[in-house]
Design a protein around this ligand. Structure first.
Ligand code: ASP
Length: 339
């Protein structure tokens, strides 16, 4: 069997950081990274690397970064069988979600990984994460990649990227996919859960080049004031609002709040309802406190993560869709982001 061609894309993050004199962690070069995993040179794959010129802590990821990352994959798509992205874990779930929308009809693996401890440390989780991510990216059946979607690999588990969130700032096991099962588990053997894998019917990559970040999130809390929501509604150029509501999509019945949201919708702003709960979904109308949102035209985000909701909104609002079309598409699974 021919050796698979894998492109490792290095963007920064803890995995490749070293401490400066003041003890602050700063990213260092990809060559240094390879020195810590010499095994990669003998891996049963042809491995190339692409390093971003400016290596970032993932907190500095912005829409420009997301688009250039997606373009690196798009411009190398034909040449490689799989892609492994080394990325900070802090915003990895956001990047994975954005890439899933930007790369339409993906039929090759794009696996993001990183680590909680820098690769230079003896107890680093980075070494195993990189090696397993490459091994997963190399997996083929009938000459086709086993994984054909944007994934996150962290501490033994392969997740659908747009279903994840970072849940621990200290455990090696830092990610969760609360509303979707694992794609694979890496132990002494690699167990692939075929029934959970995403498949595109069309094998023709369309790489999108735009994201619209004219959006805002409002997280409800007991005591939230209508003036806060009013201030958000007045943001110039605002095109979308994500409401992080309670439980199954519930929000205060305060008439002022509801009427501000209604005037936003009347003005053409798309308003999406996502639950603050990690597990479960929005069911507008289950309680009176969500029925009012449904009545004024708030869109139900079902069981989407906040990360996926942001990415999907930024993606849809960058297109020439009407408010009605965006609202409709938000409720339909485009990349396996909704159950
Ligand atoms: N602050 C780092 C980042 O997200 C943390 C990590 O890499 O895990 O870039």
């Amino acid at each position: 069997m021919k050796k698979p061609n894998i492109l490792i894309i290095y963007t920064g993050g803890t995995i490749g950081m070293i401490k400066n004199d003041k003890g602050t962690l700063l990213p260092f070069t990809f060559e240094n990274l390879l020195n810590y995993i010499p095994l990669l040179k003998n891996f049963p794959a042809n491995i190339d690397s692409h390093s971003f010129e400016v290596l970032i802590d993932s907190s500095d990821a912005d829409t420009e970064f997301l688009i250039s990352l997606s373009q690196v994959i798009a411009s190398n798509y034909e040449k490689y069988d799989g892609f492994v992205i080394l990325h900070g874990s802090d915003t990895m779930a956001y990047t994975a979600s954005a890439l899933s929308f930007l790369l339409e009809n993906l039929t090759k693996p794009v696996i993001l990984t990183g680590s909680q401890l820098p690769i230079g440390l003896l107890r680093t989780d980075g070494r195993e994460n990189i090696i397993a991510a490459i091994e997963l990216a190399c997996m083929q059946r009938d000459n086709k990649p086993v994984f054909q979607e944007v994934c996150i690999y962290f501490e033994d588990n392969l997740y659908r990227g747009n279903r994840t969130n970072k849940f621990s700032a200290e455990n090696f096991d830092a990610f969760r996919s609360p509303n979707y099962p694992l794609l694979a588990h890496v132990g002494t053997e690699i167990k692939v859960f075929d029934e959970n894998l995403y498949r595109n019917k069309i094998d023709f990559l369309i790489a999108h080049n735009e994201l619209c970040n004219e959006i805002a999130i409002i997280k409800f809390f007991p005591g939230i004031q209508s003036k806060t929501i009013k201030a958000v509604s007045k943001i110039p150029e605002l095109k979308g609002i994500i409401l992080e509501t309670y439980g199954s999509g519930n929000a205060p019945t305060n008439l002022e709040i509801v009427s501000i949201l209604k005037s936003c919708i009347d003005k053409g702003i798309v308003v999406l309802n996502i639950t603050q709960c990690t597990v479960g979904r929005v069911q507008q109308g289950k309680y009176a406190t969500s029925a009012q949102l449904k009545e004024i035209g708030v869109v139900s985000g079902n069981d989407m993560t906040t990360e996926a909701a942001i990415a999907k909104m930024m993606f849809l609002l960058s297109k020439e869709f009407s408010q009605k079309e965006v609202s409709k598409l938000l409720t339909i699974s485009l990349r396996g982001e909704i159950s």
